[in-house]
Design a protein around this ligand. Structure first.
Ligand code: SF4
Length: 236
C-alpha cells in the first residue's frame, strides 16, 4: 500500500471524531480546483511512507484517536484498499473513506464486509456529462455512470455517509446547487464546502488559485436553497 502522506492528528476531517489522515496517490479526475495536485499529477515525487511506521504511531495513540480517514487522490483506485481498511479495523480503529465515487464495486465491497464506518462522496457538479466534465477536468461520460451507481449504493445502504460539494466560483451557481440536490434526493446528509485558497494552498489549475471564494452570505443562500430540497444540509 502506497501511503504518500499522513496527518497524525486531525479534528477537521471527520465530524465529531479525532482522526489520523492517510493520503493515497493517483486520481482519475483532474478537478481544476484540486488542492492535492502533486498526489494526482506527480505522486512519484512524494516519499512512500511504510505502513509499519504509521502502524507504530497508531499503536501508541490508541485511546486518543477514534479512527483513520483515508483520502487522496482517489483511494478506491488501489486494489489493496480493502486490506488496509481491514488492518486498521483489526487494530480497533474506525475507518472513513473519501471518494470521488467512481468505484461503486469497491465501495459496495467495503460496506458489505464492514470494513468502513463512514464514507464521504464528492458530488462535483449537477449529474450531467457536460457539467461534470467541466468540474472534473476530464470527459465524464463513463465516469459519471459510476458516480451515479455509487450514489445509489450509498443511499440504499446502512453505512453512515455524507455527500458533499466544494462550491467553486465559475463552476457553480445557485441553480447548479439546486440541480445537484435534486439529483441526490434521498441522501441523508449533504455538506456544502466553501472553496477557499486563502490558506496559501495551490490548485491543479493555477487560475483557480486566483478566484475569490464565495462570501459567507452567498454560502448561506446556497444552504437555504439546499435545505428546501434535502433534509440534512450543513456548511463546512
Ligand atoms: S479534487 Fe478531484 S482531482 Fe483532486 S483528488 Fe479529489 S477527485 Fe481527484
Amino acid at each position: 500500500m502506497e501511503i504518500k502522506g499522513v496527518i497524525d492528528l486531525s479534528l477537521a476531517d471527520w465530524d465529531g471524531k479525532v482522526s489520523s489522515v492517510f493520503f493515497l496517490p493517483n486520481c482519475n479526475f483532474r478537478c481544476p480546483f484540486c488542492h492535492n495536485s502533486t498526489l494526482v499529477l506527480h505522486p512519484e515525487r512524494e516519499e512512500t511512507i511504510p505502513f509499519e511506521r504509521v502502524e507504530n504511531y497508531l499503536k501508541k495513540q490508541r485511546g486518543w484517536i477514534d479512527g483513520v480517514c483515508i483520502t487522496g487522490g482517489e483511494p478506491t483506485l488501489h486494489g489493496d484498499l480493502p486490506d488496509l481498511c481491514s488492518k486498521l479495523k483489526e487494530m480497533g480503529f474506525l475507518v472513513k473513506i473519501d471518494t470521488n465515487g467512481t468505484n461503486p464495486t469497491m465501495v459496495k465491497e467495503l460496506i458489505e464486509k464492514e470494513l468502513v464506518d463512514y464514507i464521504a462522496i464528492d458530488i462535483k457538479a449537477p449529474l450531467t456529462v457536460e457539467k461534470y466534465s467541466k468540474a472534473i477536468g476530464v470527459d465524464a461520460e463513463k465516469l459519471l455512470r459510476k458516480v451515479k451507481e455509487t450514489v445509489r449504493v450509498l443511499v440504499g445502504s446502512k453505512v453512515d455517509y455524507e455527500f458533499r460539494t466544494t462550491v467553486v466560483p465559475t463552476l457553480h451557481e445557485e441553480k447548479d446547487i439546486e440541480e445537484i440536490c435534486r439529483g441526490i434526493k434521498g441522501c441523508k446528509k449533504y455538506v456544502l464546502q466553501k472553496f477557499d485558497v486563502s490558506l496559501g494552498k495551490t490548485t491543479l489549475d493555477p487560475e483557480f488559485g486566483k478566484l475569490k471564494p464565495f462570501t459567507d452570505e452567498e454560502m448561506k443562500t446556497f444552504l437555504t436553497m439546499a435545505q428546501e430540497i434535502l433534509p440534512n444540509v450543513k456548511l463546512r
